[in-house]
Design a protein around this ligand. Structure first.
Ligand code: ADP
Ligand code: 5GP
Length: 198
């Protein structure tokens, strides 16, 4: 038999979207703790650090000149100006270097960023995460206690726009329980590694 079946290397780029408050950060952190070969990709941003945020832990903080140079050089898999203020982007080199080293990468991006990544990185696996119900989004955002009421209201309006795009994704995770959802995320990763490339 000359054409014995083989699969490409198993490291994958997972893109996860879902409304603010769905539990993306929580589930990503748990999945990465369970699976050491899965690493989170930080965003680059031009906004200033807030509160206890640290460079390399919460974000990669860049000045606008450096961000623009990297963008022009194709250094981002996607990037956008958010709320008309700061620029944010997904660093291409981090994703490519981790995959080359055999680690899978997970990145939380909004639906527009995920749409850009479909063009710039077609092999990415796209996952949509939602809480069990619409009312749960509001409860979790208020319960998290990190946002002022007007910010919560804005996030809820955005949530409706984001959720409308769920059918564009490859997998749906309903986050009713963090542990089970993190396990489901890892199941998606394992199944993706077994897919026969087209
Ligand atoms: P996102 O990153 O999607 O905005 P977070 O991970 O910050 O969401 O989660 C929002 C809030 O919901 C946090 O207070 C978190 O502890 C809580 N949360 C996350 N997953 C669950 C869950 N399965 N059940 C209950 N609360 C959850
Ligand atoms: P904050 O400044 O409050 O941390 O984030 C503001 C917004 O920036 C978030 O709602 C998030 O959607 C967006 N954001 C964070 N990282 C990225 C990124 O890498 N790419 C894009 N396109 N948006 C991002």
């Amino acid at each position: 038999m000359s054409d014995w079946p083989t699969l490409p290397p198993s490291a994958r780029f997972l893109v996860i979207s879902g409304p603010s408050g769905a539990g993306k950060s929580t589930v990503i952190a748990r999945a990465c703790a369970l699976e050491p070969s899965l690493v989170r990709c930080l965003s680059c941003t031009t906004r200033a650090p807030r509160g206890t945020e640290r460079d390399g832990v919460d974000y990669l903080f860049l000045d606008q000149g450096e961000f623009d140079r990297r963008a022009a050089a194709g250094g981002f898999l996607e990037h956008a100006v958010v709320f008309g203020k700061a620029s944010y982007g997904t660093p291409r080199a981090f994703v490519e270097d981790q995959l080359a080293a055999g680690c899978s990468v997970i990145k939380d991006v909004d639906v527009q960023g995920a749409a850009q990544i479909r063009a710039t990185f077609p092999r990415a696996v796209h996952i949509f995460l939602v809480p069990p119900s619409a009312t749960e989004v509001a409860d979790r955002l208020r319960g998290r206690g990190t946002d002022a009421p007007e910010v919560v209201a804005r996030r809820l309006a955005e949530a409706e726009r984001e959720v409308a795009r769920w059918r564009d994704y490859d997998y749906l995770l309903i986050n009713d329980d963090v542990e089970r959802t993190a396990q489901d995320l890892l199941a998606v990763l394992r199944a993706s590694a077994l897919r026969i490339p087209s």
